[in-house]
Design a protein around this ligand. Sequence first.
Ligand code: CA
Length: 220
Amino acid sequence: MANKTFGLNDSLSSYIQSVSVREPEILAKLREETATFPMSRMQIAPEQGQFMSLLVQLLGAKKTLDIGVFTGYSSLAVALALPEDGKIVACDIDKKSTAIASRYWQEAGVSHKVDLHLAPALETLDKLIATEQTNSFDFAFIDADKRNYDNYYEKCLELLRPGGLIAIDNVLWSGRVADPNDSDKRTIAIREFNHKLHQDSRVNLSLIPIADGLTLALKL
Ligand code: CA
């Protein structure tokens, strides 16, 4: 029996989809609409959205951060899993893609759970820290510009309560992190970030090889 995670071929990948993914209709609709959008590959996979909803439920989360909203798939998946009085602070700078996100939050009946901040995420996070919201968030999803990953991570760590969870997307970067010949600035940033987290005793860690790689860091 294999003791390492094996690569998925197309038929196994479809099989996993067929026996585990239960994508709500509204998320499927959003995925379809986003497919026509430039940069549609920035959207997370349905199995990842479902996994994140499960994490949010396990944590009993009420207060979460979504850094990098795009057209809203991750925030909508999380919002649907949050209780009625749950809140997501959603950070993005793009008016056009977040307009789609807002439309779907509304259609899904969860817009009261989402506070969209159209500003650089680092500014929004600094404001939350300045207004004494440190140690109060249960969950954070980081999926924005890769070169700021470390900055987002440090601020999220301040904002999370002990026992809160940070999920960081694209940590495998299509496999490029393991290619020593790849010296793209974003690849280097993710590689350095992964290395830092491995050494970081403030968190418990697991890198899940789902979609493009999702690291889970539990604040101790
Ligand atoms: Ca992503």
